[in-house]
Design a protein around this ligand. Structure first.
Ligand code: ZN
Length: 497
């Protein structure tokens, strides 16, 4: 079957361009001197256009047609063809002119957003945001996937998901979270997290983070960790996975949980089955599933009591001055403080999804109800008040806090919360299958859990879409009840409710 082989090769080459681009971007954020930025941006743009040309070329179309004529394709080949068609049919719908316009407007948009945030003034950002939204509307109409233009944008991050489906999940989730939050805020047993804000020397934090991910089975033979302003995971091939972390000397969780989060992403990237290496399936199936892997390790494992049964003595040995006499239980409670706050990235497990729901509802209004861009700050503030009970004092701490919209990444936000929901559901299944999981975690033993994730999630890469992937485990579709149960069990105990 040379037809499928030829197609495979075509997309393997396209993937190589992605990897080269990733290497350029990894270096840009980790080592590159500031002055090299312009030249690097040109290299990245060149690689992007090379990829686009290869993808939309007649040859690619021909190879897809030929492969479609082959009967009896196996599971992997069928998925290779499906993904090839998906990428190709999306790319040919968008004229190169629009691709360039979007690329240009988000480059400018990013700079203006930084400036507007610094000046704390949404109106500076408004005209370019308006332009980006208009271009994304054109894009969505051309892609034309679901019943709403927003669906076409969501599909770039979450194949198969629709805004109606997400809304049905989020509506229920919102009610449940607000009710849990109300109970927590009434409790007088809230943790004190002052211990986390003491001075923790940078070098020691770094050493601890390395020891930590070694224990979590991060494979240093095919990966490494570095430092960057914003932590990220970047695959440079199937056997070269880079992660980064950041260190704040007066806020211990930044490094620890940034590291665990990215390690969770990396374990997924490191776990694709060999049969799909060098194909378009050696890819995370969606951002939501990607995020489920990072959040599972970061929050469900990393912020659990069992995890610190093992790691707290080690952490104490790194920072005896602060922690030697500080009880583990109090440390665990400090990590799990709950408090409505202005900034999404600093939010706890209960309020984080509410931040996401606000952004989802606003994006939906933009693309489905055609709300005016000038109205967005007041809508934002209203929703912050409704859901979290706080009023942003200004735009920088409100609508200007996230980078996503300046980059045209509409439809991205829901993935974060879908990730939490998937994580809770997957972990609840894993617990059933690994009888001593809690004891294992207490002993710093994570290999059975990793094997479970490898077997049910990682190895498949993009063979199955999220919906099928989760159903294959236990027959159930994604359901918020697992996440809600997890939150109630954990936080009602912490807050003695
Ligand atoms: Zn992530």
């Amino acid at each position: 079957m040379t037809q499928i082989k030829d197609l495979k090769k075509r997309f393997s080459n396209i993937k190589k361009i992605d990897f080269i681009n990733n290497l350029l971007r990894w270096d840009q954020q980790v080592y590159m001197p500031e002055g090299a930025n312009k030249g690097r941006a040109e290299l990245i743009a060149f690689m992007n256009s090379l990829k686009h040309k290869k993808l939309v070329s007649e040859k690619t179309g021909r190879l897809i047609k030929k492969a479609e004529q082959v009967s009896n394709l196996n599971l992997i080949e069928t998925a290779i063809l499906r993904e090839a068609k998906r990428a190709y049919s999306k790319a040919i719908k968008i004229p190169i002119d629009l691709v360039k316009k979007i690329a240009k407007s988000v480059t400018i948009g990013h700079k203006i957003w930084e400036h507007a945030r610094e000046k704390n003034n949404f109106s500076l950002f408004q005209p370019i945001l308006q332009q980006i939204i208009e271009l994304k509307k054109q894009y969505a109409e051309l892609i034309d996937l679901g019943s709403s233009p927003y669906d076409s944008l969501i599909d770039d991050y979450e194949p198969g998901a629709t805004s109606a489906w997400i809304q049905s999940l989020f509506d229920e989730l919102k009610l449940q979270l607000i009710s849990i939050l109300k109970k927590i805020l009434k409790s007088n047993n809230g943790p004190d997290d002052a211990i986390l804000h003491r001075y923790y020397p940078s070098e020691k934090q770094w050493q601890f983070s390395i020891e930590l991910i070694e224990k979590l089975n991060f494979d240093f033979n095919i990966g490494r960790q570095d430092k960057s302003v914003h932590p990220f995971t970047m695959p440079l091939s199937e056997t070269d996975i880079r992660i980064t972390t950041r260190i704040r000397e007066y806020y211990l969780p930044a490094c620890i949980f940034g590291t665990i989060h990215e390690c969770g992403h990396a374990l997924y990237n490191m776990g694709f089955m060999e049969e799909i290496h060098s194909t378009n399936l050696a890819e995370v199936t969606s951002l939501g599933i990607h995020e489920s892997q990072s959040r599972l390790w970061e929050t469900i494992i990393g912020k659990s009591q069992e995890f610190w049964n093992y790691f707290y003595p080690l952490l104490q040995s790194y920072f005896p001055k602060n922690l030697q006499k500080f009880p583990q239980e109090k440390f665990y409670r400090a990590l799990n403080k709950v408090e409505p706050s202005l900034i999404r990235v600093e939010a706890d497990e209960i309020t984080y999804p509410l931040h996401i729901i606000i952004r989802f509802e606003i994006e939906k209004m933009i693309f489905e109800d055609h709300v005016q861009v000038g109205e967005l700050p007041s809508i934002w503030n209203e929703k912050m008040n409704d859901l979290l009970g706080i009023n942003p004092p200004d735009d920088a701490l409100g609508i200007l806090q996230d980078v996503h919209w300046s980059g045209g990444a509409f439809g991205y936000f829901p993935s974060y919360t879908l990730g939490n929901l998937y994580a809770a559901q997957i972990f609840s299944y894993a617990k059933e299958q690994i009888p001593n999981l809690h004891d294992e975690i207490s002993q710093g033993e994570f290999s059975h859990l990793l094997k479970y994730l490898r077997d049910h999630i990682h190895q498949y890469g993009a063979i199955y879409y999220p919906h099928d992937l989760i159903k294959r485990i236990n027959g159930d579709a994604l359901n918020i009840k697992y996440f809600i149960t997890y939150l109630k069990e954990k936080y009602y105990r912490i807050f003695k409710i």
